[in-house]
Write a protein that binds this ligand. Structure first.
Ligand code: SF4
Length: 181
């Protein structure tokens, strides 16, 4: 019988939540007995190879590519989980939501104290994904089934969530496992 698949993605995040997943240490051997990784930065697979039981999303949506990736995950995954504050609430990238996008770009590329930009041009190459007007938490873009808060959620929290979901149960985790900072 084929193993259930898990896919993971980092949108507007710092990879800290992926590091927390890898922090399950030797249990990673147990995990690969139970599941197969599909599209993920862990195996560098760029495309989905089939339907996935679980998708783990780190980071919120800051640009159009993030939205596209998130929609692809929703399409391919039975259960989609926002992992960490950035996915759940927008996190640190969402601090820019207090400032209009035009002002953010001007500060970053034109007016900032360390900016050297003689052409006074804000990058607009078509290959660069367009920034959204603000950073959106994942559940404002697609339906999200579970949230694992924390920056990052602990390895134990991610491990327990995966175990219960792979066993077909609801992810009701002990309070002690959940972090809110
Ligand atoms: S929640 Fe924290 S660890 Fe996770 S991607 Fe955001 S900043 Fe990084």
């Amino acid at each position: 019988m084929s193993k259930p698949k898990i896919a993971t993605a980092s949108l507007a995040g710092c990879f800290g939540c992926h590091m927390s997943l890898l922090d399950i240490d030797e249990r990673i051997l147990q995990l690969v007995e139970l599941i197969e990784f599909d599209k993920s930065p862990i195996n560098d697979l760029k495309k989905f190879r089939g339907r996935c039981a679980i998708g783990l999303i780190e980071g919120g949506c800051a640009n159009e590519e993030n939205v596209h990736v998130l929609q692809e995950f929703r399409k391919h995954c039975d259960i989609l989980i926002s992992v960490g504050e950035c996915a759940v609430m927008g996190g640190i990238p969402a601090m820019r939501n207090m400032v209009p996008l035009k002002e953010c770009l001007e500060e970053a590329f034109l007016k900032g104290p360390t900016v050297h930009n003689p052409q006074q041009r804000i990058p607009d190459d078509p290959d660069i994904p367009l920034l959204l007007d603000r950073v959106y938490p994942c559940h404002e873009v697609v339906k999200i089934d579970y949230h694992l808060p924390g920056c990052p959620p602990s390895a134990d929290c991610i491990w327990q969530a995966l175990l219960v979901l792979l066993n077909g149960k609801n992810a009701e985790l002990p309070y002690e496992l959940i972090k809110y900072d």
